[in-house]
Design a protein around this ligand. Structure first.
Ligand code: NAP
Length: 284
């Protein structure tokens, strides 16, 4: 019988911790979001983040810019949030509209306010296994989920499909950490040959490609733990990247979409923000 790894319970545990830490800090904690354009999915994600932040007692600042905003103006907004003492965390919702370079926008975020953990400084600390920076929210949420459900990672083969800055690459690095998960990690991507033979090696399979139906039961090792990060809209329904029904017959555990990784991403964003606020308070 496959175990369903839902995000609700572990996300709530993180949010309870965040609320307690905000109370203990005794000061306002502020999260600013920057949404450029009117992508409906991005609008929903930003709304959900604001709602979750408000529930744990954070102040939120909602910045919306039209899709044709020049690069310089988006970057100026980020720099003004860097300078704003009421803002502890900044999140730039990705993807940005065509024509805007996300790298240079993210480079503008003060690493001390990098709520999503995507600044090169934050990612560099993940590469080096050093603490003190924000950990990318989605991979961090997945690590916390594995921990919550007591999924053994040490010495296990973990296959990560995807190598993006947002999910795949930091995910593989976290699973590889010597001071942490200690998995044997394989990155698969769009040039990987014979993907099913690679994924079938996985004790832990993380799929973050944005391709519905990419992984089917034949590519899953019996007893594997399958984490489906993908969010795709198909026939007006949200689905992940894996064929949930057939894989449920083979895997020992699987995340649902929606209701799996998504809530963990939001909870980790809040956790990063309170940790950044604590660090700023400590630095005076
Ligand atoms: P991305 O930047 O488009 O990266 C996709 C990755 O998948 C790339 O590395 C790409 O390979 C690889 N890929 C694409 N097609 C493939 C194929 N046919 N076979 C093997 N690999 C393939 O996407 P992302 O930002 O990482 O997001 C991935 C998915 O996760 C999306 O559905 C997104 O909506 C979802 N997501 C969910 C959450 C959440 O909280 N649940 C958070 C963030 C993202 P190349 O590098 O070779 O191009």
């Amino acid at each position: 019988m496959t175990k369903l790894l839902t995000g609700k319970e572990p996300a709530q545990a993180i949010k309870d911790e965040v609320a307690e830490r905000i109370t203990a800090l005794g000061k306002r904690v502020g999260l600013a979001t920057v949404l450029v354009g009117d992508d409906p999915a991005s609008e929903v994600y930003v709304r959900m983040k604001h709602k979750a932040a408000a529930k744990v007692g954070m102040y939120t600042y909602d910045h919306k810019l039209p899709a044709d905003t020049p690069q310089e103006e988006v970057e100026d907004l980020v720099r003004s949030l860097n300078a704003d003492p009421s803002v502890d965390g900044i999140l730039v919702q990705l993807p940005l509209p065509d024509g805007l370079n996300p790298d240079t926008v993210i480079d503008c975020i003060d690493p001390g306010k990098d709520a999503d953990g995507l600044h090169p400084h934050s990612l560099g600390l993940v590469v080096l296994e050093r603490t003190g920076g924000a950990i990318p929210a989605t991979p961090q949420g997945i690590m916390k989920m594995l921990n919550f459900y007591e999924v053994e990672t040490e010495g296990k083969v973990a296959v990560v499909i995807g190598r993006s800055r947002l999910v795949g690459r930091p995910m593989g690095l976290l699973l590889n950490h010597k001071s942490g998960a200690n998995s044997t990690v394989i990155f698969a991507h769009s040039r990987t040959r014979d993907l099913p033979s690679i994924t079938a090696m996985a004790d832990i399979l993380i799929v973050a490609a944005g391709r519905p139906g990419l992984v089917e039961a034949e590519g899953v090792k019996p007893g594997a733990v399958v984490i489906d990060v993908g969010i795709n809209r198909v026939d007006d329904k949200l689905v992940g990247d894996v064929d949930f029904d057939s894989i449920s017959e083979v895997a020992s555990a699987i995340t649902p979409v929606p209701g799996g990784v998504g809530p963990m991403t939001i909870a980790s964003l809040l956790l990063n923000t309170v940790a950044l606020a604590e660090a700023r308070a400590e630095a005076g």
